[in-house]
Design a protein around this ligand. Structure first.
Ligand SMILES: [Zn+2]
Length: 264
């Protein structure tokens, strides 16, 4: 699987996900010219797309649809509440140009070509916001943008992903003193707003610390992977990072250090 972030941020979000046989676009937050240019930069054309998935109706995720639907033949995968919300918000050309729509639901698995897609509900202030996991040829990719906080259930979906695309939206202190109106600050900080850099780093360091404790206890990379549902390659990456950070060379060094510093 290959993942290309074609656009990310409040002015537009588009992600391209590909296998040798299948190409999916997640969200369509940019206008026609930019979308085509960025697809071309990734070596792709609109005709090569097999599906367009929409996470939620906020304009930075679906603004490009009315224009792009004139060019796309691939079906649009979207939940019913998100579709209703988009029809209310987007220009009438959106409804007129709609051709193939596949209605999906959070909790549902479906296949597009050789990619198995799983949609799941996430907390965000939209009609029916969803995240996705994608599986193909034994690899798993997880994608969650626009997320208010990290519920246990979302963590379960992200487990054992070989690649994770996760929003990290703002620095808490910068947001608090920043020039935004109070309502915007409140919205971003709420449980249905956006994840802070701090929340993301806590989530990631939790996993790293779990790996550290198990390595220090003498477990092998594959045993750890099985125990905490991470792929072996992810555990190896964590292991390398932990050893580099702590300036250690072997697992035995790590055990010694962890005992000395009462980490385990
Ligand atoms: Zn949003």
């Amino acid at each position: 699987m290959r993942v290309s972030i074609l656009a990310s941020g409040s002015s537009g979000n588009i992600t391209l996900l590909e296998t040798e046989r299948t190409r999916l676009l997640v969200d369509a937050g940019l206008g026609k010219r930019e979308t085509l240019a960025r697809l071309a930069a990734a070596g792709r054309t609109v005709e090569q797309l097999d599906g367009i998935l929409i996470t939620h109706e906020h304009t930075d995720h679906c603004n490009g649809l009315p224009q792009m639907l004139g060019l796309w033949k691939a079906p649009l995968y979207v939940t019913e509440p998100t579709m209703d919300a988009m029809q209310r918000m987007l220009p009438v050309t959106f409804g007129k140009r709609l051709k193939r729509v596949e209605t999906i639901q959070p909790g549902q698995h479906f296949a597009v070509g050789d990619i198995d897609v799983h949609a799941f509900a996430i907390p965000h202030d939209a009609a029916d916001p969803i995240g996705f996991t994608f599986r193909s040829n034994g690899a798993k990719m997880a994608m969650v943008t626009d997320l208010g906080y990290m519920p246990e259930l979302v963590k379960v979906h992200l487990r054992a992903a070989d690649c994770l695309v996760l929003e990290s939206n703002h620095d808490l202190d910068m947001l608090k003193v920043g020039p935004y109106p109070w309502v915007v600050k409140q919205r971003v900080l709420s449980r249905t707003g956006h994840l802070s850099n701090h929340a993301v780093s806590e989530y990631l360091s939790d996993r790293e610390f779990e790996v550290l404790k198990l390595l220090a206890a003498g477990k092998s990379v594959s045993d750890i992977g099985e125990q905490i549902s991470l792929s072996a390659s992810t555990v190896s990456t964590y292991r390398a990072r932990i050893l580099t950070k702590m300036n250690l060379k072997t697992n035995a060094d790590l055990t010694l250090y962890s005992v000395e510093h009462k980490l385990i």
